[in-house]
Design a protein around this ligand. Structure first.
Ligand code: SAM
Length: 245
């Protein structure tokens, strides 16, 4: 592509993604704050407030590509500590950080951790009331497979929410954002983790991800209904919502 990054064939993508997150796991939370200027916290809050988990026992949620637990912890807190949330991630290093954080926050009774692939969820059909995935789906080689799995494990009436980087709809911001992505992000990555390439890969994966409307169509193609999205920070990030009806 125009930025001279080597493009990664689908079959080689997962090992590369795994390597990136094994390397950065211990500094992942710090990196998120530095690279988004703290904005990822607001976007995550927005997704969880749109989900609006009920304040009653028995409601369950699955957070796929859940990494170090940010979404799961927010859901448990928003539910008044009633929700049970399963964090699923393909990467044991990210989950290890998540487990430690859950314990420190006293949330270990509400949050479970499962190491598995978003493309093959180890749960029966109709298992969860909600499925969330934040900054995860663009890393999954077969996005359509991950979406069908989301649909399968949700109960009828269940809610799908996906937070992901998306298309910026302000030309000025667009340019500033590109400059930030292609210069500052790999530089911060190198300063903090000693590794710029991993972050170059992440930036490239953001560029390749479908825009808001195209992704909405993919969510519909998996069977979801009433699919809508909300932009945040002029589309730097977007949350897509759908229902299994
Ligand atoms: N959701 C967390 C957050 O918002 O802070 C973590 C997002 S992090 C950018 C992406 C996560 O996706 C990593 O923890 C990575 O291991 C996970 N991941 C990548 N490919 C995956 C797959 N095929 N199945 C499940 N998780 C995957």
């Amino acid at each position: 592509n125009s930025f001279g990054f080597r493009s990664v064939p689908a079959g080689e993508k997962q090992p590369l993604v795994d390597e990136v997150f094994h390397k950065v796991a211990k500094r992942y939370d710090l990196m998120n704050d530095l690279m988004s200027g703290g904005l990822h916290r607001l976007w995550k809050d927005a997704m969880v407030s749109w989900l609006n988990p009920p304040k009653r026992a028995g409601w369950t949620s699955l957070d796929v590509a859940g990494g170090t637990g940010d979404i799961a912890f927010r859901i448990v807190e928003a539910s008044g500590h009633h929700a049970k949330v399963t964090v699923l991630d393909i990467n044991g290093s990210m989950l290890a950080v998540g487990r430690e954080r859950a314990e420190k926050r006293g949330l270990a009774d509400n949050v479970g951790f499962v190491e598995a692939n978003a493309e093959e969820l180890p749960f029966p059909d109709d298992s969860f009331d909600a499925y969330t995935i934040a900054f995860g789906i663009r890393n999954v080689p077969k996005i359509d497979r991950a979406l069908s799995e989301a649909y399968r494990v949700l109960k009828p009436g269940g809610r799908f929410l996906c937070l992901e980087f998306s298309d910026v709809d302000l030309p000025m911001l667009d340019r500033a954002y590109e400059a930030w992505s292609f210069n500052a992000i790999p530089a911060i990555g190198k300063a903090v983790t000693g590794d710029a390439d991993s972050y170059r890969y992440l930036v490239e994966s953001i560029r390749k991800f479908p825009n808001q409307d195209d992704f909405a169509r993919m969510v519909e193609a998996a069977g979801f209904e009433r699919v809508t999205y909300r932009n945040h920070s002029a589309g730097i990030a977007a949350v897509h919502s759908g229902w299994k009806l």
